[in-house]
Design a protein around this ligand. Structure first.
Ligand code: BG6
Length: 511
């Protein structure tokens, strides 16, 4: 993450191209590589952020060679970038694209990779630097890393850099997260590991830090004295799609909470770091997770809600099947597709302020946002407007869509009587800065290539997040849900989620 500040400055206005490196993509013929990683490399090149000493070596099981891989990739990248596809940029990348076919269980593949990395290093002048990207199933992370280590491929002798990007999920519970960390630590220094959470690649998420720490006016009220509650919503309108196998095992809690929602929570709740250096930011985020009051079993029953969508109608009128009727899903599945939680952060800044988190599939619209709701004024002198008719001041950080920030406050309705109404002051990214071509992976790849780990998760942060979630997994596992499906597709989730907030005299702020 480069330090960006002031006016309408764009990243590319100040950012410098990354140094030489070879990117080795495991799962290089897969969806992520074709839809996100390679288009992101094109965008980085166009922004002047990739220099000539660069190349990509992809490996996967598909029977391809360099030429057929390039051809297939061209089609995919062209399809993805659409009008933004630039033939000149593509031919630059194409010359630097290579493919090695093989099975990850076959040690001969790693021999061949080691040789090719050396040959390509000389050919492309990548200065011995390599970035390994593990876009493969999690069960293959540890054995792949072990094979690479056994061939000395993580050795940083002579000043070269060797880094590994790992994609989520980082375990499926606390124990497996610890096991994964141990396996990575056996072969790599923590500084060589880049755990991606694509939420941190979103401009609006990064802007949360800029918003909080580059503006003097909000920080003084960003605490228990002024904030009444914080709400974090990541709502999706899509259903489970084609990911039945993964999702049946994961469920909404594992899939979204200890990673994406906790990243948002960390940024909204953390103390100002001493700098934007990776460890300074990650230390502060870690402190937030460890200050979350642990759930005991009773608290799980009281402060968490799970849901599963049944058949229903989406806002456009289209009828959609329930989760249990989706292809590949067990007709008696107890996997949750919705979660709501109430968390407490026991520290000086947040004691007594509830944090409400919710996420779910097949909700009416795709909306991710953080709402900071401020305390009401102590006394209402406007007799024409009862105090409970005036909504409290609210700051909304809209992550997606219509990325931006808005502030809600009371204003006098024009006319002879002193009546108040709620109004919004709005900042919209697109209006201010225009639209940047982005897959969401540009900043993350740029940072990993430069060795800036600020936007990546550190092993101890991952474990701290799982520690919070583990008691919920345990109770939910022990007690099968009896009321699933408990919300129709196209609704805002189960009623119990409204009660979770309602019994404390509050409501979800849904735009
Ligand atoms: C992924 C989850 O990590 O994030 C998906 O596995 C989810 O289930 C997705 O749909 C949401 O990401 P975004 O960027 O669309 O909000």
């Amino acid at each position: 993450m480069s330090a960006r500040s002031g006016g309408a400055e764009r990243p590319a206005d100040r950012a410098r191209p990354v140094g030489p490196a070879l990117m080795v993509i495991f799962g290089g013929a897969g969806d992520l590589a074709r839809r996100k990683l390679l288009p992101a490399l094109c965008n980085l090149r166009e922004a002047g952020l990739l220099g000539d000493g660069f190349g990509v070596l992809a490996t996967a099981t598909r029977p391809l060679d360099d030429a057929s891989f390039r051809e297939q990739t061209r089609e995919a990248v062209c399809g993805h970038l659409g009008e933004r596809f630039d033939a000149e940029t593509w031919s630059w990348l194409e010359e630097r694209l290579f493919y090695e076919r093989g099975e990850l269980g076959d040690s001969a593949l790693f021999e061949r990779l080691a040789e090719r990395i050396e040959t390509l290093d000389r050919k492309l002048a990548t200065a011995g630097n390599a970035l390994f990207y593990l876009a493969i199933p999690p069960s293959l992370f540890a054995p792949t890393v072990e094979q690479l280590a056994a061939r000395g491929l993580f050795d940083e002798a002579g000043g070269r850099t060797r880094r590994v990007i790992v994609e989520k999920p980082f375990g499926r519970d606390l124990e497996s997260a610890r096991a994964l960390n141990r396996a990575l630590a056996a072969s790599l220094a923590e500084t060589q590991v880049y755990r991606i959470d694509h939420y941190l690649g979103k401009e609006t998420v990064q802007n949360m830090l800029a918003f909080r720490f580059a503006n003097g006016i909000f920080e003084p009220v960003w605490n228990r004295r002024y904030v009444d509650n914080v709400q974090i919503t990541v709502a999706e309108s899509l259903g489970v799609g084609h990911r039945a196998r993964y999702y049946e095992e994961a469920g909404a809690l594992r899939d979204m909470v200890p990673n994406h929602l906790f990243q948002l929570l960390g940024y909204v709740a953390m103390e100002p770091p001493v700098s934007f250096a990776a460890d300074a930011v990650r230390d502060e985020k870690g402190k937030v997770f460890s200050a979350i009051v642990p759930f005991d079993p009773e608290e799980v029953l009281h402060s968490t809600v799970r849901g599963q969508y049944g058949p229903g109608a989406m806002p456009d009128g289209g009828r959609v099947p329930g989760y249990r009727e989706e292809p590949g899903i067990d007709p008696a599945s107890t996997t949750e597709t919705f979660v709501a939680l109430r968390l407490a952060i026991d520290n000086w800044r947040w004691a007594g302020v509830p944090f409400y988190l919710r996420t779910g599939k097949r909700l009416p619209r795709r909306i991710s946002e953080v709402v900071v709701e401020f305390r009401r004024v102590p006394f209402m002198m406007f007799r024409e407007t009862p105090i409970d008719h005036l909504s409290p001041n609210r700051l909304t950080l809209r992550i997606q869509p219509r990325e931006g920030i808005s502030l809600h406050f009371g204003a006098k309705v024009p006319g002879p009587s002193l009546r108040l109404g709620g109004v919004d002051m709005n900042f919209c990214y697109r209006d201010q800065f225009g639209e940047e071509p982005a897959t969401g992976y540009e900043t993350l790849l740029y940072d990993a290539l430069r060795g800036d780990a600020t936007l990546f998760q550190r092993g101890d942060n991952v474990e701290a997040a799982w520690s919070v979630v583990q008691p919920i997994l345990d109770v939910w596992h022990a007690l099968s849900p009896r009321d699933f499906p408990n919300y129709p597709a196209g609704s805002h989730g189960p009623e119990a989620a409204d009660e979770l907030v309602g019994r404390e005299g509050r409501r979800w702020r849904t735009p």
